[in-house]
Design a protein. Structure first.
Length: 165
């Protein structure tokens, strides 16, 4: 899945199916608020393995710095992508009906030595924190983004009341 080099996206949000977008749109919203260019792509580890392989082996050539992979159930997507790239992969467990996302979390967190995946919380908090983690990683080499991230966190702090209302 080699795309044109002028993409300029630094983060790629990937998901196993369209239904995962309901969760991962929160990731996109945070990235947009921090002015981080990103893409969103559906890649199923089970239904589109060729697409997964082509994407994972070429993402670094497109300038992608961090991959955020949302997955539910067996949640193989983050680990499979991580096995094919050296780019940091952050896994967001999607809540499932049968096990409430615990199956997804354990699949993402229990990676064998040598294939790390940064595991986040199940659901919306994990999706939002994935964006912030990606921003933190990229901000190590981007002073303007570092400033935006610090400002974002300061705004969060100011939202916390000192006393209950």
């Amino acid at each position: 899945m080699v795309t044109k080099k002028n993409n300029k996206s630094l983060v790629s949000i990937i998901m196993g199916s369209q239904s995962d977008w309901a969760l991962l749109k929160h990731t996109s919203k945070i990235l947009k608020s921090l002015k981080i260019k990103h893409t969103s792509v559906i890649i199923s580890a089970h239904r589109t393995p060729k697409r997964l392989y082509e994407y994972a082996t070429s993402a670094h050539l497109q300038g992608i710095k961090v991959i955020i992979a949302g997955a539910g159930g067996a949640a193989h997507l983050p680990g499979m992508v991580a096995s094919l790239t050296h780019i940091p992969v952050l896994g967001v467990p999607v809540e499932t009906k049968s096990l409430k996302g615990l199956d997804s979390l354990l699949s993402i967190a229990q990676m064998p030595f040598g294939i790390p995946v940064g595991s986040l919380a199940i659901g919306e908090s994990g999706a939002k924190n994935a964006a912030l983690m990606a921003a933190s990683i990229i901000s190590l080499e981007d002073k303007k983004l570092s400033k935006r991230l610090i400002d974002w966190r300061n705004k969060q702090t100011k939202l916390v009341s000192k006393k209950p209302k």
